[in-house]
Ligand binder design. Sequence first.
Ligand code: AMP
Length: 190
Amino acid sequence: MTNIIFFGPPGAGKGTQAKLISELFNLSHLSTGEILRKKILEKDTLAKELKEIMSSGKLVSDDILNSIVAARLANENHKGFILDGYPRSLKQSQFLNDFLNKSSLQINYIFNINLNYEILRNRIVKRSSLESRDDDKINVIETRYNEYLKTTEKVSKFYKELSPDIYFEIDGSFHIDEITKNIVEIIKNS
Ligand code: AMP
């Protein structure tokens, strides 16, 4: 069973790579951003709340995310999973660690996709016209990037220090196929 976490700033391509790697290795792809966007379509009180937070570029509360992920992982069928967009805060990483310990599961690979802000911004602007996501607007991009620097990058660094043997830096400036090839090689060679 192979379990993977993808880190990286918004627009670095972690969703794209997580999807491709999940297909190549037959793993469940758990994208918290996707799950939340689906919840928004339900149009109940929680959906309204989520829409407001997400379209501002801020992070949704840890409690909501932890319960979503716990419910999804509890239903996993042991083929292995990819976490894309979670954990994004230290509280989420603590929750995940406890959950994995209790379930006798472990993370095998952590991929941190790096890309500079200029390229990220241009990519997200391009994506906004293709996918019409509320949070891909230029003024929200900066908030999302700052949330990443303020909160999520710390989580990634924490894992890097804690588990350097399973933590891999990935250059996100290459072509999609090239990045996938790099990740596949790491998985096959370790
Ligand atoms: P993403 O598709 O991963 O870029 O996520 C889109 C938005 O969903 C983020 O900007 C957050 O508002 C929310 N979100 C997704 N995952 C998380 C998480 N683990 N913790 C808090 N908020 C999240």
